[in-house]
Write a protein of this length. Structure first.
Length: 314
């Protein structure tokens, strides 16, 4: 019986941090279960006469921080629909190249591959804007590019976080406090003088207790989260911005947020998702390449990547 085949579209594997990389954890879990791995980068995807193709390389992975992968054969062109499943794990920015990859992967899905997360939902569910579907769970939020509206939001809420729609890892995130220092400059820079839509959210003092990442697998919450705490003098709690993580059990409010969001994630084919929660509020829904599984696994003995691969298998 032939092994099931799993393609992974990701950023260059040689450049990852293996000890904390969730994509590597997913690949290790699939390999452990007998899946044959095939590696692609976004530039390895194309459409030809309506068919989705990729240049894939057979891959073996290792749970080793100095030697975590080997390519075990040459790159080969193949129809992507011949793969059993494909993981789309490319990090933002969510630009036209990312959107193009989802168009190609949507054709691959129509031609036989199961793509995780579902390509049309990756396009539709912007990580900041998708919270609007659950506005009863969020802090006051404005998504706009008009400077007058963005200024009025600050005048109403006094302490505001401004951030781009397509970033990650805390890039381009600014806090404007009640004194309004640099408000005009922040709005001008983030909106490129009114050309780009951005997010404004009321600042949540509960951020001092951490920005929690809750991982969702097939609509259900993992029972532990990673609370990311900022380094001194820093507003951003993102690990990529120098924050550190603390694994915690979900609170009753965390579970209620997950229960509200989970059915919609499942309906949209968003099998592996990260919810960001500050205090009692949902702030982002990460659908592109959610992380933090390895930190939770190390602290609590869970196997989150294994859960994801088993959900794909189902």
């Amino acid at each position: 019986m032939n092994a099931k085949t799993l393609g992974v579209v990701m950023d260059p594997i040689a450049a990852i941090h293996p000890y904390k990389d969730t994509t590597l954890a997913l690949l290790l879990a699939a390999q452990k279960r007998g899946w044959a791995l095939h590696y692609l980068e976004p530039g390895d995807l194309w459409l030809a006469d309506g068919s989705a193709w990729g240049r894939t390389r057979p891959l073996t992975v290792h749970d080793d921080n100095t030697h975590w992968f080997d390519f075990t054969g040459p790159a080969t062109a193949r129809p992507l629909g011949t793969l059993d499943a494909i993981l789309m794990r490319v990090d933002p920015p969510f630009d036209l190249e990312y959107v193009t990859a989802t168009w190609i992967l949507e054709r691959a899905a129509e031609q036989g591959a199961q793509v995780v997360n579902r390509p049309d939902s990756l396009r539709d569910c912007n990580e900041k804007a998708f919270t609007a579907w659950f506005s009863e769970l969020t802090p006051p939020t404005l998504i706009a590019r008009d400077a007058e509206q963005l200024r009025a939001f600050h005048a109403e809420h006094h302490d505001v976080i401004y951030k781009p729609l397509n970033g990650m890892g805390g890039q381009g995130v600014f806090r404007v406090q009640p004194d309004g220092v640099n408000l005009g400059s922040v709005i001008e820079q983030l909106t490129a003088y009114g050309r780009h839509t951005i997010v404004a959210q009321k600042f949540l003092p509960a951020i001092v207790d951490g920005d929690k990442r809750i991982l969702m697998v097939d609509g259900e919450a993992v029972p532990y989260c990673l609370a990311r705490l900022a380094k001194p003098g820093e507003t951003r709690n993102n690990l990529a911005a120098g924050g550190h993580g603390e694994v915690r059990e979900l609170t009753a409010r965390d579970r209620a947020i997950a229960a509200r969001v989970g059915p919609e994630l499942k309906r949209r084919g968003l099998l592996f998702v990260g919810l960001d929660v500050i205090g009692d509020c949902l702030t982002e829904i990460n659908v592109t390449s959610p992380t933090c599984s390895r930190e939770i696994d190390a602290a609590r003995g869970t196997d989150i990547a294994g859960q994801v691969i088993e959900a794909i298998d189902r």
